[in-house]
Design a protein around this ligand. Structure first.
Ligand code: ATP
Length: 304
């Protein structure tokens, strides 16, 4: 195959807890990851020149080694001694540096794309192992769906999907540095931990109220202290009828779960007027086709 189109889906955290810090400085997490219906588009094409060329719609994103897509492509090119190059067009829709693992999702899609373009015949597990070298969330972005993520993000246990609902995703203009948020978290003296086990039971029982009730993000108070708009967005969502609203990752994206479409739309309309907000999406869960190994998809020529 000479070219391929892929969708790289973003995630939210339904729950995010930190249970310790390792000696090497990494935080040990317990997170409930959930893929949502917002995606970046990647177009990848084999080229004759021995180089990786990346074009994106966001002028401020790096287009060389600083971009996770280039690093993913180079990783497999070097391992397999591939002399042909790759041209990639990346269209970003997932909010950047916002707690939605956009870079990791793009890297995961690029690994899958390389596997198809160069017929590398790597299994999903083999791709995940290589993904971990690029970032802790990359293996999850290869399996996608609903999962418990532990360790530094590399220990993944698939979970049942939550019941369908409307998911309103709002990215304020203000951003937060992941590194600073974790540093400030480390300096906190009192922390309120979310109940991840109750969340898991809620997912197993397909009980949306229990899931919403157990939502919590240990990093949220830290980021809200820097970006109070997060608290205001949550408040608007709750006033308009959200079952629950929360910040994802280290922020600053906020999401709300709604059972009624009209209520989600009312919240969206009100938040649209707010000049402090950059992006708003009304979407739902994305569940990948299950039990479909990447090798089989490759044979069929599908890239997702
Ligand atoms: P996480 O949820 O894993 O913490 P995030 O959503 O907070 O991730 P990203 O959108 O992945 O953050 O971007 C973090 C940084 O990575 C950005 O500042 C950007 O410069 C860099 N980056 C590298 N490659 C990409 C990419 N393909 N898309 C977005 N950002 C990228």
């Amino acid at each position: 195959m000479k070219q391929i189109k892929l969708k790289a889906y973003g995630k939210i955290n339904l729950g995010l807890d930190i249970i310790g810090k390792r000696e090497d400085g990494y935080h040990e997490v317990r997170m409930i990851m959930q893929t949502v219906g917002i995606y970046d588009r990647l177009y990848m094409e084999r080229i004759a020149e021995d180089r990786v060329l990346l074009e994106t719609n966001l002028p401020y994103l790096p287009t060389g080694e600083g971009n996770l897509v280039c690093r993913a492509v180079e990783l497999l090119r070097q391992e397999f001694g591939i002399r042909q190059g790759v041209f990639i067009r990346l269209q970003k829709f997932i909010p950047v540096a916002a707690g939605m693992a956009g870079g990791s999702a793009d890297a995961a899609a690029a690994l899958v794309g390389m596997n198809v373009l160069f017929r590398l015949r790597l299994s999903k597990e083999e791709l995940m192992k290589r993904g971990l070298r690029l970032g802790a969330d990359v293996p999850y972005c290869i399996i996608r769906g609903t999962a418990l993520s532990e360790g530094i993000g590399e220990k993944l246990t698939p979970l049942p999907a939550p019941p369908d609902c409307y998911v309103l995703i709002v990215k304020p203009k203000a951003s937060a540095s992941t590194r600073l948020v974790y540093e400030r978290y480390d300096a906190c003296t009192s922390v309120c931990h979310p109940d991840i086990d109750t969340m898991i039971r809620g997912l197993q029982q397909k009980d949306l109220s229990q899931i919403a009730g157990a939502m919590g993000n240990v990093l949220e108070p830290v980021t809200v202290a820097e970006c109070p708009v997060i608290g205001e967005i949550k408040q608007t969502m709750l006033e308009k009828g959200a079952l629950q609203a929360m910040m994802t990752g280290s922020g600053t994206t906020v999401f709300g779960l709604f059972q009624k479409e009209e209520e989600a739309e009312l919240a969206r309309e009100q938040l649209r007027q707010d000049m402090r907000i950059r992006q708003i999406y009304l979407t739902g869960w994305f569940q990948p086709p299950q039990h479909l190994p990447i090798r089989k998809q490759t044979a069929k020529g599908k890239g997702e």
